[in-house]
Design a protein around this ligand. Structure first.
Ligand SMILES: Cc1ncc(COP(=O)(O)O)c(C=O)c1O
Length: 889
């Protein structure tokens, strides 16, 4: 039975748990110091009630501990209760030094507990799933403490739950769990009071696990349920290490189940299990390149090569620049080396530590191959384009993609066919490209007999503003039209998504894996045959009209090729030094068709002196996400939701700002679920939206509309947020500001932002009240309409109404001085009025929005000129206000 006021165990507990313990400590400390009546403080008992539910899924203390604290308080044993509460708080704060312990423990058990509390080694938790008695659990704990050795690099503790439901609840709510031990004695259903959200999420998780389970019929039901649970847990958190501890017939089980379980143990092999758990964690912890670099830095080395800063050579003895070492520390210089031997490795031809670091990253991100890139995703994109496309290939590309894609095609000679995203004219930015649009373009190429020329499609997932595609669906439907299409997903802003059970499914690598598995199943083959009967006339072989292909959810042929690349700016959303990026590959034709060109492309764009500090940081960033990625991403999403809620609820904020929701950012036809901010309603609501909607919004990004403040986005960013309060944001539009949270965002940072927004809102209201009526305010209606891509000029266009063009030819024509003239906007308007069709000689890219409104060879339309005239951005690349547009003569 839940105590009054306790809503049941929610799907996200990290904040609730630490708040409840912190509150108890604060309140009881006050009572201990100044007297006061415990029973007068209802919050104390509410916290205890909440903790009794929460602690089931966390190691170390548990429900019994909370009950003990409760009893001590009721008995008036305040000091003793405070000691117990203090222990938890030290642990939660990750501090190993108790600050107000009074007495020395007298018995051994107590001494061991206290030694455990202050043990400074990194600690993780292991989930054990079985029906157990309190005596079993005590014994397990005692055995564990006995097996611990001073030589172990890490320590762990058990979370023991009785049922499959509880196991799912535990891995969803407790990110410290890194391994699971399944014993077949577990029951199915939980007896815990869980929130509706968590109950629904558990049901969804069971369903997903059921979808991935394919066990031979010969296997008995008792084993099937074990397999189902293992699949469910792994689908939620693939980084978990799952062991089976069984009694009889373990040799038979080992043969059947080895894919699911890291190892199968007998009950009495506790020590083996213990060693396996520690060893596996040390594999996650392993950072081969960082370790090699650190070793190298400690070795005495003579440098008779390049790089005078190596080992501080040119710096520490300098009269003038020794502050370089003072500021960065000597280690930076000790770690600067151009060596590729002595434990280090060559990025261009890795065989040792870098090779290993990259393969660990592939494991972490669910890729088949991963490549480190030291010059950002700008370079990563160029590598992939060059690796898989050739001059003359058609590449479908979203118009508002990053400029590196345009530059890549300028270099490769591939012909871009731009796909326009739906515009969000009220906020002056773009959404995403609807799948129906992509399908239509592919069908148009098919109708023209040119489908074989279409080689690749590249889409930005998620977009800068946080609109997220469903890569599984996009790839499946595109492959149904063009079975060998290659996909490049620009995940510059989405590296974090691999580490949360809901966001992961929309990463390119997870989708590729799922698609490949699906294509192999007999049920898929049946589904394909059944749809083909509708799409193609069995007698004449004629295809059904395009409308049918557009409305059906297309099923790809079972032999379609899964060829998927993802580029990620690791540095943008995870721990890595600036420019640290990765390319992840899941390409079924890698060895046959891509590996060699990829390596040539990688050589083309990679420096022969790659920055080792960036590479080491990628190695460390990978370690971090494998060990605590879920924790960090869950916090990030929660904090962002908190910010959104604060803006929606606070009367002053609500009057001045508005958080844009899925209803504002995604037209209704691309959503099946109806909630405007799914995560605000709970994890299950987010799960459903992310499982079904064509497009969803990344909840870690909060776009706030500021029209009512009377200030435009750029002024808000520079003059208000940065200059006055030191708050940095990146993207604004005329009337919106984008606040991004990341894994480094803290609760204090969110609190500060809310405080600043409140101050600003108060100020805007005051200014509005005192405003001179004669001074106009920003008029949202005057925002320029975003121009679509017009078309390539006839010299470069494909003709026959097809959208692709030879941008490389246009670019190099535009490089010849004699072929280009500068034309002022006024003159350009005059030419347009005369019916001329001026052609851009170069790229013109305003920031924001940050993508080219003109590319070489593009016809300059009246809409582009009007858009540029209305823009008030500070930075426009490729356009010189004094000289005007660069136009082909
Ligand atoms: C969608 C997208 N792709 C690629 C890039 C380039 O990434 P990097 O800064 O790592 O070179 C960016 C940069 O903002 C981007 O927004």
């Amino acid at each position: 039975m839940l105590p009054p006021g306790v809503p049941g165990m929610p799907a996200s507990t990290w904040r609730l748990r630490s708040d409840a313990w912190e509150y108890l400590r604060f309140a009881i400390k006050g009572i201990a110091a100044g007297g006061g009546d415990i029973t007068a403080d209802e919050e104390i008992f509410r916290s205890l009630g909440a903790l009794e539910t929460l602690e089931l899924y966390w190691a170390g203390f548990g429900q019994r501990y909370v009950r003990l604290v409760h009893e001590l308080l009721l008995d008036g044993e305040i000091e003793q209760a405070l000691d117990l509460i203090g222990r938890v708080v030290y642990r939660l704060r990750r501090s190993s030094v108790p600050d107000d312990r009074r007495d020395d423990p007298t018995d051994d058990a107590e001494r061991a507990e206290r030694a455990n509390d202050v043990d400074p080694r990194p600690r993780f938790e292991v989930l054990l799933i079985d029906e157990t008695t309190p005596a079993d659990r005590d014994q397990l704990r005692a055995e564990l403490l006995r097996m611990r050795s001073a030589d172990d690099a890490f320590i762990y503790e058990y979370v023991v739950v009785p049922s499959a439901d509880d196991a799912i609840a535990a891995v969803l709510t407790n990110p410290n769990i890194l391994a699971c031990v399944v014993r077949p004695g577990f029951s199915d259903r939980t007896k815990q009071p869980l929130s509706r959200d968590l109950t629904e999420t558990i049901a969804l998780a069971h369903e997903q696990g059921g979808n991935t389970t394919s066990v031979p019929r010969s296997i008995p039901a008792s084993v099937r349920r074990v397999v189902h649970l293992a699949d469910t847990l792994t689908a939620l958190r693939p980084e978990l290490d799952v062991y089976l501890m069984a009694g009889a017939h373990i040799e038979d089980l080992a043969g059947t189940l080895s894919r699911r379980f890291r190892r199968v143990f007998r009950r009495e092999d506790q020590l083996e299990l213990h060693l396996s758990l520690l060893r596996r964690t040390s594999h996650l912890y392993d950072t081969p390149f960082f370790d090699a670099l650190r070793d190298h830095a400690r070795r005495p080395v003579g440098v008779f090569h390049a790089l005078p800063v190596a080992r501080g050579g040119s710096v520490v003895t300098s009269k003038w620049i020794s502050d370089l070492a003072d500021f960065y520390g000597l280690n930076l210089l000790l770690a600067e080396t151009s060596a590729t031997s002595g434990g280090l490795d060559s990025l261009l031809s890795p065989v040792a530590t870098l090779k290993k670091a990259q393969s660990l990253a592939a494991r972490a991100f669910g890729a088949r191959q991963t490549f480190f890139v030291t010059n950002g995703t700008s370079t990563a994109n160029k590598v992939v384009h060059q690796a898989v496309t050739s001059p003359g290939d058609v590449v479908l590309v979203d118009r508002n993609c990053h400029k590196s894609h345009h530059h890549a095609m300028m270099l490769t000679g591939a012909r871009p066919a731009y796909l326009d995203a739906y515009p969000l004219n009220d906020y002056a930015f773009y959404g995403a490209v609807p799948l129906a649009r992509v399908k239509q373009v592919l069908l148009d190429y098919r109708a023209q007999g040119r489908l074989d020329e279409v080689r690749m499609i590249t889409l930005t997932n998620c977009t800068f503003d946080g609109i997220v595609y469903d890569p599984y669906r996009v790839m499946a439907e595109c492959l149904a039209i063009k079975p060998d299409l290659i996909f490049l997903w620009d995940e510059a802003w989405f590296a974090f998504a691999s580490f949360h059970p809901v966001t992961r499914r929309r990463t390119a690598m997870a989708a590729a894996r799922r698609l490949e598995e699906r294509l192999r199943t007999p049920s898929h083959a049946a589904e394909y045959r059944e749809q083909q009967a509708r799409l193609t006339d069995p007698v004449t072989g004629d295809r059904a009209p395009d409308e049918v292909w557009l409305t059906e959810r297309l099923v790809p042929a079972p032999d379609a090729r899964v060829r998927v690349y993802a580029t990620q700016s690791t540095h943008k959303t995870l721990t890595a030094l600036r420019q640290g990026s990765m390319i992840h590959v899941h390409d079924q034709d890698w060895h046959r068709d891509a590996e060699e060109p990829f390596h040539e492309a990688y050589m083309t764009h990679t420096s022969t002196s790659p920055n080792y500090q960036i590479l080491a940081s990628l190695d460390l960033g990978r370690r971090q996400v494998e060990l605590e990625g879920f924790d960090l991403v869950q916090r990030q999403l929660d904090l962002a939701t908190n910010l959104a809620q604060a803006v929606a609820r606070h009367p002053l904020l609500r009057r001045n700002f508005r958080v844009l929701t899925a209803h504002d950012l995604i037209p209704a036809q691309y959503r099946e679920t109806s909630r405007p901010m799914p995560l605000r309603d709970g994890l299950s609501s987010m799960w459903k939206a992310w499982a079904t909607d064509e497009l969803v919004v990344d909840p870690s990004r909060i776009t706030i509309e500021i029209t009512r403040t009377g200030v435009d986005g750029d002024t808000f960013k520079h003059e208000y947020l940065m200059d006055r309060y030191g708050i940095q944001v990146n993207k604004t539009s005329r009337n919106t500001v984008l606040f991004m949270t990341n894994i480094g965002t803290s609760r204090s940072a969110i609190a500060y932002l809310i405080e600043v927004l409140v101050k600003l809102a108060a100020r805007f209201e005051r200014e509005r009240a005192e405003r001179d009526e004669d001074v106009p305010v920003v008029d949202a209606g005057a925002l320029p309409t975003l121009p679509d891509f017009s078309e390539f000029a006839p010299d470069y266009a494909a003709g026959a109404g097809m959208p692709d063009g030879d941008m490389r030819a246009a670019f190099f024509d535009g490089q010849q001085r004699g072929r280009v003239e500068h034309v002022s906007p006024t003159e350009l308007r005059a030419r347009l009025a005369r019916g001329e069709a001026p052609v851009s000689a170069g790229f013109v890219t305003p920031y924001p929005p940050g993508f080219p409104v003109l590319v070489p060879g593009q016809v300059i339309s009246p809409e582009v000129v009007e858009f540029m005239a209305a823009l008030d951005t500070r930075e426009i690349h490729g356009y010189d206000e004094a000289r005007g547009y660069r136009v082909m003569k």
